[in-house]
Design a protein around this ligand. Structure first.
Ligand SMILES: NC(=O)c1ccc[n+]([C@@H]2O[C@H](COP(=O)([O-])OP(=O)(O)OC[C@H]3O[C@@H](n4cnc5c(N)ncnc54)[C@H](O)[C@@H]3O)[C@@H](O)[C@H]2O)c1
Length: 419
């Protein structure tokens, strides 16, 4: 593929997922050195990526972020440079620094967005309108109307826009998806995902104010369910229920409207059979117990006409017990941080890495004229067009909680709407 050129990438957001650096120091989660920065530094080492930039809000954080990345990545893995251009520059504070960064880019470059949920739409749109390919983390947007607008903008400007639903690249989930296709009509899906209460500290700048736990965590399994049911069934109605009281009490003291655990009950209808209807229950919590030995509890159950599937992604038959800290179940299938035999980064097969690499590959193929952005819609990729029903369900769940009523989902003149 001689005409594939290296991709210039701007990372928007400098937080836990990008650098592993939180406002309070290195993250205490399972992402102490982040995922996005590390993956892109490695893709630069391997020749797929060229210039790298990082845009945040508070420029005074960059010296500490650079030190953290140098100590934990640059000094740990062989041949790994951690350099990048920073925005805002000179220690300034500017929530719109991403605009200056994007204005300095060229059409065909790329932006990877890991910022608070309520900022995804405006940053994505700004980039797309300038001909920049976009990888935006989940939830792509909080409003269905915004998701529809991003689909239209990506088509108009002919750019790749993927939602970073990395669980689609988990070998167990993608195998389970293929097996679900053989089980006939859909009947029942239930998913549980939770993180320990300590995350309320990490996310205190926005938790409960700018987003909720359903958008933050249930987005993962709602997307998996929508992916399994693509072209088989559609969601028609959402009713939400929330448990409260832990996040808003000592020591977390989140804003009064913060929910602890949110459940969405969703009706689905078969596309191919008038008789078959299904039910899905998606629950997410950020008030799960501390010291459970796992960072994210995550399991789901799928039942079809001819069989069922059980997935427990938190416990994979691999645990480590240490005197001081007790038992921990690790997930190197997601990000493997231990170096290779030669001392290089060795996590290229982790699905956290693959998800970003597939986007980089897609953008490079489009830039080289080997593919069109619309080609990826025809595949199982989490393109902005292929993920519309995930946002429809999440948005309907939020409206159901706020307005205490069931919310319908339907297609009107080719566009998905809530009612
Ligand atoms: N932490 C995870 O494990 C994880 C996993 C997958 C996806 N995500 C998603 O990534 C996003 C961010 O999560 P995080 O865990 O890194 O959060 P975080 O709170 O640690 O970091 C958020 C970052 O966004 C920056 N930011 C805020 N407004 C901005 C703006 N206008 N322009 C540029 N940067 C801005 C903040 O400065 C901060 O660096 C969320 O949407 C989340 O759903 C997180």
């Amino acid at each position: 593929m001689a005409n594939l050129t290296r991709l210039n990438v701007l990372m928007c957001g400098t937080g836990e997922y990008t650098t592993g650096w939180t406002g309070q120091g290195a993250s205490k989660s399972d992402k102490k050195i982040g995922v996005v920065g590390l993956t892109l530094f490695d893709l630069r080492r391997l020749g797929k990526v060229d210039k790298l930039g990082m845009a945040g809000v508070n420029g005074s954080k960059f010296p500490l972020i650079r030190k953290h990345l140098q100590e934990n990545i640059g000094n740990v893995y062989k041949d790994m440079a951690t350099s990048f251009d920073e925005f805002p520059k000179d220690g300034k504070h500017d929530p719109e620094a991403y605009k200056q960064a994007i204005d300095g880019m060229s059409p065909g470059d790329a932006v990877v967005i890991f910022t608070p949920d309520n900022t995804h739409y405006s940053i994505s749109l700004y980039a797309i309108e300038r001909g920049i390919h976009v990888l935006v983390t989940k939830p792509a947007t909080q409003l269905l109307s915004h998701h529809n607008a991003l689909i239209a903008a990506a088509r108009k400007h002919n750019v790749v826009c993927f939602v970073e639903h990395h669980k689609r690249f988990d070998p167990v989930y993608s195998d389970a998806k293929a097996r679900a296709q053989t089980l006939g009509e859909f009947n029942f899906f239930s998913a549980w995902m939770s993180q320990p209460k300590s995350q309320l500290e990490t996310f205190k700048a926005w938790a409960g104010k700018d987003s909720d736990i359903s958008y933050y965590l249930s987005s993962h399994h709602i997307d998996i369910c929508c992916w399994i049911l693509q072209d088989k069934a559609v969601p028609t109605r959402v009713v939400a229920s929330a448990a409260t009281g832990i996040a808003t009490s000592e020591p977390y003291n989140c804003v009064p409207q913060t929910e602890d655990t949110i459940t969405l009950l969703v009706d689905w209808e078969s596309i191919t059979s008038q008789k078959h209807k299904g039910t899905a229950v998606y629950t997410a919590s950020w008030t799960a117990p501390l010291k459970a030995g796992i960072h994210s509890a995550q399991h789901w159950y799928y039942m079809g006409e001819k069989g069922d599937i059980n997935v427990d992604q938190a416990h994979r038959g691999y645990d480590v017990t240490v005197d001081e800290t007790g038992k921990t179940w690790y997930n190197p299938f997601y990000m493997k941080y231990s170096p290779s035999e030669t001392g290089h980064f060795d996590g290229q097969r982790g699905y956290g890495y693959i998800s970003i690499e597939k986007f980089v590959d897609a953008a490079r193929e489009v830039n080289a004229g080997l593919a069109r952005p619309s080609d990826f819609d025809a595949s199982g990729y989490p393109t902005i067009a292929n993920t519309i029903l995930t946002t429809a369900i999440l948005n309907a769940g939020r409206v159901s909680l706020d307005e205490k009523r069931p919310v319908g989902i339907r297609k009107s003149e080719g566009v998905w709407i809530l009612e």
